[in-house]
Design a protein around this ligand. Structure first.
Ligand SMILES: O=C[C@H](O)COP(=O)(O)O
Length: 256
């Protein structure tokens, strides 16, 4: 039996002006006013966080950021710290997204410092892991995921572990329209759960939510979300439009 509440998280990436963000949030807040079955999170770009934060006052929709720096303050031009995010009522932060790893050179060690800093500052990290197509074709998927999970969680204390969410995002499925089959996704999610049992214990491992990300859409969500170890989705493209995002939340709510 799975007691974890599903989480549907929208990663808007580098999309939406302040005005567009305000419009999209307005289209989400009213339809979700009485929705309690699924946890809903939106992660706008930094520039829209304040606007979205104000619009979310009184709503159960949670606010997340897409990245942060591990230091609290200092000479880090262009960076944003955990206290700055807390100032805007941000509660989650996506860390180690494959786009950050591939395009901005974030290593497992860097991602780990951010995970630890997020937890220390009472932000809930969403640690992203996943293999490239070449790694999958070479039969390296589980090894790559294991390295990223173990390195990402190095130094995380058991009492903080339940605040962590892990998103499995096969790089070849991100923004490509190619989705992992439910079996492929479940295999990796179950593997991550087993790593968490080893790293922490069974009770803690059962509390940690594991999200699938990579071209999740209303059409493929029901099959993915009914898998035993898939506790929600980290949604890119389909979170940019209210209708598809609301349909994904409905799909998650329909899973019993
Ligand atoms: O963070 C979200 C993922 O990268 C998935 O993006 P996508 O739904 O556009 O494939």
């Amino acid at each position: 039996m799975n007691f974890r509440k599903k989480l549907i998280a929208g990663n808007w990436k580098m999309n939406k002006s302040g005005a567009e963000a305000a419009d999209l949030v307005a289209d989400l807040v009213a339809p979700l006013a009485s929705q309690t079955e699924v946890d809903v999170l939106i992660c706008p770009p930094f520039t829209a966080l304040e606007t979205v934060s104000r619009k979310l006052e009184g709503s159960s929709i949670k606010l997340g950021a897409q990245n942060m720096h591990a230091e609290l303050s200092g000479a880090y031009t262009g960076e944003i710290s955990a206290p700055m995010l807390r100032d805007l009522f941000v509660t989650y932060v996506i860390l180690g997204h494959s786009e950050r790893r591939q395009l901005f050179g974030e290593t497992d060690a860097v991602v780990n410092t951010k995970v630890l800093a997020a937890l220390k500052n009472e932000l809930r990290p969403i640690l992203c892991v996943g293999e490239t197509l070449a790694e999958r074709e070479a039969g390296d998927t589980l090894r790559v995921v294991q390295t990223q999970v173990e390195a990402g969680l190095a130094g995380v204390y058991a009492e903080h572990a339940a605040s962590v969410t892990i998103a499995y995002e096969p790089v070849w499925a991100i923004g490509t329209g190619k989705v992992a089959t439910a079996e492929q996704a479940q295999e990796v999610h179950a593997f991550i759960r087993s790593l968490l049992v080893t790293r922490f214990d069974d009770t803690i491992a059962r509390k940690i939510r594991l999200l699938y990300g990579g071209s999740m859409k209303p059409a493929n969500a029901p099959e993915l979300l009914t898998q035993q170890d898939i506790d929600g989705g980290l949604i890119g493209g389909a979170s940019l439009e209210a209708r598809s995002f609301l349909e994904l939340i409905e799909a998650a709510a329909a899973v019993k």
